[in-house]
Design a protein. Structure first.
Length: 322
């Protein structure tokens, strides 16, 4: 899965309005963001609800049903199966605590991006939990985040995730579209919702595999690249008016041009820099491994840059600027 979280997103979250709440764990954080997204940092208890085996694998708390049901839920069974579908749970009084102008049931089916130790997955809101606790996710959510909630023979779920799980919820994201009902469709629709909600941050990234899948014979269309640790520029960056070699080169920018607005980016400690251009229609020809392609230049777009990929000369001499 592509990496959607970035330091730009972290900075934006810090600007959100903090909500005072009664939930356990007490150190949990809830922030309301200006673009109507909701940020939560808490833990994630393992939830088996909706699984046909719920009462067996979680005899103390497991329920055969979930709050999200047909007809809004269009999956194979009547309920959302915790073993196959990544979902999360919200407290029953969540919308009132956050002073939202709608009821919690209106959030059922809505999407969230969930992160744990640099692992990410999109999930849907499928269940309602106790009014005093926050932080639950399905078995599939925990597995997709790279952890194991099971005992040795996978006959019981015995643990969730400790404090530090981050939830980025998109309220009303499925108000006008069907709720995605498979793991793959949740990831696809989630990515679309995320990009629409946070397009102003330009934080979407492509994995190496996704870049290769989009590649043509001689070029690849690369959109909003971030977090590509081995990314490098060509010796000269050719500015074109559009994507593709059929567009005329407007100008060439040497790779030894001094950088402006350089910032540090993690993970990977890769250096990135602003490639902003006065004309948002300009595109840079770039190279990733053996693929050539084009990246649109604007004040919000960035290209990852590694010290060990510099062509020659001192670091200052090899940073790009417009």
């Amino acid at each position: 899965m592509a990496s959607f979280w970035s330091n730009f997103l972290d900075d934006y979250i810090l600007t959100g309005k903090t909500v005072n709440h009664p939930y356990k764990p007490k150190e949990s954080v809830i922030k309301l963001l200006d673009n109507n997204a909701i940020y939560i940092k808490c833990d994630m208890d393992a939830n088996a609800d909706g699984s046909p085996r719920a009462k067996i694998i979680d005899p103390q708390y497991g329920q055969l049903g979930t709050s999200l049901i047909k007809p809004k839920w269009t999956g194979e069974s009547n309920y959302v199966n915790a073993e196959t579908i990544p979902y999360f749970v919200l407290p029953s009084n969540f919308t009132s605590i956050c002073d939202m102008p709608y009821k919690l049931k209106e959030l059922l089916g809505d999407l969230a991006l969930i992160r744990w130790r640099n692992q990410e997955v999109f999930a849907i809101c499928a269940d309602v939990g106790p009014a005093n606790l926050i932080g639950e996710g399905s078995i599939k959510t925990i597995e997709a985040l790279g952890e194991n909630p099971w005992n040795l023979d996978k006959s019981r779920i015995i643990k969730g995730l400790p404090f530090g799980v981050e939830y980025l919820i998109f309220p009303k994201s499925t108000a006008n579209i069907p709720v995605p009902s498979t793991f793959d469709s949740i990831q696809q629709v989630g990515a679309e919702v995320f990009q629409k909600s946070f397009s102003f941050l330009a934080v979407y990234s492509l994995t190496t595999e996704e870049m290769q899948q989009k590649s043509g014979v001689n070029d690849i269309e690369v959109w909003e690249i971030i977090n590509a640790p081995t990314f490098k520029t060509l010796t000269d960056l050719n500015c074109r008016s559009g994507v593709g070699t059929e567009y005329p080169i407007l100008t060439s920018i040497p790779a030894n041009t001094v950088v402006k607005n350089k910032v540090l980016y993690t993970p990977g400690n890769a250096q990135v820099f602003n490639v902003g251009a006065k004309n948002n229609g300009l595109w840079f020809m770039v190279e990733y491994q053996n693929y050539q392609g084009f990246v649109r230049a604007s004040s919000n777009y960035i290209i990852p840059w590694r010290q060990d990929s510099l062509i020659s000369g001192s670091p200052a001499d090899n940073m790009l600027s417009i």
